[in-house]
Ligand binder design. Structure first.
Ligand code: CAA
Ligand code: NAP
Length: 246
């Protein structure tokens, strides 16, 4: 039977590429969208038109109860989750001087609390079955910091602390936990950056001189999810065109 891969935020730029890649490799792909997302049905229809039959469930990953309900529903209807890709995320960029509590909390809850909320209801089952993959999508800005992103950099750095600690706890149980830290990838999240900032301050810092492609990140997710990657755990894999080397 096909392994089940759950990709949060699968209707976004990176998430869609990850869903497509995993489906092409034979996984049964399930995704989530925000409860208020009115375009979910259109996206599913568009994907079906391209030959991909995805399942999608509403879920506010920032909300613990919503996440538990979503995972219970997926498990009851489709079966246990083998691969969890914690991909949903947001930015609320502003200098620390302008940062208020609302924008701090929104980013921490959506990017970091979400990892706890979604991993909590799947991890025990993975351990019991003796196989599982948890892949957390962090960011180069969690590794190096970024102007205007105290909230986001903190959340993304926190994700990797979670990865390392959980990886230790489940290492003997066939479950791996890893972080991917992409650099700037051409999705709507990056296109929201003022173009003069992107052109003058960000692209010049990327030795390859270009944004990354969602498909390049999806390929790495697929590798981490595979049986070949069984010995790889607790890692933070950078994929950033040489922007930050650690
Ligand atoms: N480095 C240095 N200085 C910068 C800067 C940068 N990257 N960005 C802005 N500044 C400076 C401006 O030049 C300006 O300086 P002066 O006052 O001396 O003229 C000052 O900051 C502007 O400060 P303000 O508080 O007035 O800020 P603002 O309202 O104009 O906006 C900002 C500031 C929100 C940080 C805006 O510049 C911005 O959106 N920057 C992009 C932040 C970013 O990189 N976000 C990444 C989003 S993509 C993503 O997050 C995906 C991922 O994981 C990689
Ligand atoms: P995107 O196109 O904006 O997609 C973000 C996705 O997250 C959307 O599908 C959105 O779903 C979902 N989401 C946001 N808040 C949610 C919530 N509360 N509950 C459920 N889903 C929620 O962004 P992206 O560029 O693909 O980014 C995907 C991930 O990669 C993020 O974690 C981001 O931080 C990370 N990342 C991106 C880049 C980059 O350069 N693009 C670089 C490094 C890391 P709805 O539309 O349904 O709300």
């Amino acid at each position: 039977m096909a392994r089940i891969a759950l990709v949060t935020g699968g209707m976004g730029g990176l998430g869609e590429a990850i869903c497509i890649k995993m489906a092409a490799l034979g996984y049964q792909v399930v995704t989530t969208h925000s409860p208020g997302n009115t375009k979910a049905a259109d996206w599913l229809a568009e994907m079906e038109g391209q030959g991909y039959k995805f399942k999608a469930y509403p879920c506010d990953v920032a909300d613990y109860d919503s996440a538990q309900k979503c995972i219970q529903q997926i498990t009851a209807e489709l079966g246990p989750i083998d691969v969890l890709v914690n991909n949903a995320g947001i930015t609320r960029d502003m200098t620390f001087k302008k940062m208020d509590k609302v924008n701090w909390d929104a980013v921490i809850k959506t990017n970091l609390d979400s990892v706890f909320n979604m991993t909590k209801p799947v991890a025990d089952g993975m351990v019991e079955r003796g196989w599982g993959r948890i892949i957390n999508i962090s960011s180069v800005n969690g590794q190096k910091g970024a102007f205007g992103q105290t909230n986001y950099s903190a959340a993304k750095a926190g994700m990797h602390g979670f990865t390392k600690a959980l990886a230790l706890e489940v290492a003997r149980k066939g479950v791996t936990v890893n972080t991917i830290s992409p650099g700037y990838i051409g999705t709507k999240m990056v296109m929201a950056i003022p173009s003069e900032v992107l052109e003058s301050k960000i692209i010049p810092q990327i030795p390859m001189g270009r944004l990354g492609k969602p498909e390049e990140v999806a390929g790495l997710v697929a590798y981490l999810a595979s049986d070949e990657a069984a010995f790889l755990t607790g890692a933070n894999i950078a994929i950033n065109g040489g922007q930050h080397m650690s």
